[in-house]
Design a protein around this ligand. Structure first.
Ligand code: ADP
Ligand code: ASP
Ligand code: MG
Length: 424
């Protein structure tokens, strides 16, 4: 007997038939004698619809650029998961399984006050565990929690993954299975590169980089929690026949295990390629080349919660003037330009330029730590395809390259094949 947390994403609960199919996956584990908690997302497309409604609400009279109250955003967008948790509990009951739905506030899943992007602080799993021990399946609405203001909070897009891993840690589950519309983590997004290969295992550090550099198969925070709390997390498909052989395997279920790097026997130099669309580049021209200029630029941007990523500063020819170029998400360009405009006197630039619609493509692999020439291989391969590089950043286990948007798919495929990741 084991304790298992099963999470089902939006496409897995997209309609009543798929919810019935999910119920069959749950039944398989219940019939095997396991204690089960289930975490569900909203039906696919639902959260986008809810977010769209909120974004189209009229602005508060007199407000300059505030768009809406984040507490009410959460009140609206958390509703999608409420629906699917209830529907799945009903589907399970119809199969004769003792099941009960739970909203974030009922458990409660305590979060901080950052409405719209809250972090889980504490989960009181006591009552849930007691009921699981009595054979009741807990069906939990993912993505949502309860803020310190006793209002519903949400965990940021893709946050149900994080709900699942956090609950698995809180109830000391033996395993957390993230069921989605692909059968595991691939060497790159299989929708972009059909030659991508499924990985049997991927190290926490690599999955963290993949997720934060754009692979949306897991929310970044869920990987952090799995790493810190040592939650045995698998990514697997909900579309496979729930009763196919091996689906109920306790130790080696089909899918990809996210694990410590020591568990990976054959470590490749490069494990995967990720990409993030909608990057924008801002350049400040002819800045004074003096101490404090970076602080004058990036301080106000940070205070405005603008996430600056790649930063490139040119060396000034005569030691007096320089250019600074950096990237921000496309959605933040207007805000960034406004903040920089407001601070123009303090920063002291001549002109400001910006370009949207760029893409960041990244090469990820723990093996890079001990191999030279990984970056040069990427640059050569991209050059051969005529793809121009706008900026580069590197760390111990990744290389990120900024390119023009229209080249995204070609760049992903080129990098995927130049490191021999294509399936044979
Ligand atoms: P869910 O709704 O189940 O949470 P998501 O859409 O959030 O599912 O995540 C699954 C999607 O992530 C896949 O359909 C796939 O297109 C995408 N994806 C991006 N990179 C990868 C990768 N390296 N491996 C697997 N899937 C990936
Ligand atoms: N439904 C939420 C979203 O679309 C949470 C999730 O699916 O993980 O972002
Ligand atoms: Mg997701």
């Amino acid at each position: 007997m084991a304790r298992i947390v099963m999470k089902f994403g939006g496409t897995s609960v997209a309609d009543l038939d798929r919810i019935k199919n999910v119920a069959r996956h749950v039944k398989r584990e219940v019939d095997a004698g396991h204690e089960v908690a289930v975490v569900v997302s909203a039906m696919s497309g639902k959260t986008n619809e809810l977010v769209g409604w909120v974004q189209n609400t009229p602005k508060v009279a007199g407000a300059d650029h505030s768009i809406y109250d984040a507490r009410e955003y959460d009140a609206v967008v958390a509703s999608g998961e409420q629906v699917t948790s209830g529907l799945l509990a009903i589907a399970l009951q119809a199969m004769g399984i003792n099941a009960r739905s739970w909203q974030g506030w009922q458990i409660p899943i305590r979060t901080d006050n950052a409405h719209g992007a809250a972090r889980i602080l504490e989960i009181d799993g006591g009552e849930m565990v007691r009921r699981m021990q009595e054979g009741q399946v807990a069906v939990i609405a993912g993505f949502q929690g309860l803020g310190p203001d006793n209002r519903v909070s949400t965990l940021g897009r893709g946050g149900s993954d994080t709900s699942a891993v956090a609950i698995a840690a809180a109830v000391k589950a033996d395993r957390c299975d993230i069921y989605t519309d692909v059968d595991g983590v691939y060497t790159t997004d299989p929708r972009i590169e059909p030659k991508a290969r499924r990985l049997k295992k991927i190290a926490f550090e690599e999955m963290l980089e993949m997720a934060s550099l754009g692979a949306k198969v897991l929310q970044v925070r869920s990987v952090e929690l799995a790493m810190v709390f040592k939650v045995r997390t698998f990514v697997r498909s909900s579309f496979e026949d729930p009763d196919a052989p091996g689906m109920g395997d306790l130790l080696n279920p089909p899918g990809t295990l996210i694990c410590d790097e020591e568990e990976i026997v054959e470590q490749e130099v490069v494990t995967g390629i990720a990409y993030a669309k909608d990057e924008a580049q801002i350049s400040l021209r002819r800045l004074a080349d003096r101490p404090g200029v970076s602080a004058a630029i990036f301080g106000p941007l940070a205070e405005s919660h603008i996430n600056v990523d790649m930063i490139v500063q040119n060396i000034s020819e005569d030691g007096s003037k320089t250019d600074m170029t950096f990237t921000v998400p496309s959605g933040d360009v207007e805000k960034a330009l406004r903040v920089l405009g407001e601070n123009r006197d303090k920063i002291g630039y001549d002109v400001i330029q910006n370009e949207s619609g760029l893409v960041k493509v990244s090469v990820i692999g723990i093996g890079m730590r001990s191999h030279a020439g990984v970056a040069a291989t990427a640059f050569r391969a991209l050059a051969e395809k005529g793809i121009n590089i706008k900026a580069i950043t590197t760390s111990e286990i990744k290389i990120s390259i900024l390119i023009d948007g229209p080249y995204a798919e070609l760049a992903v495929r080129t990098l995927h094949s130049c490191y021999g990741l294509d399936k044979s």
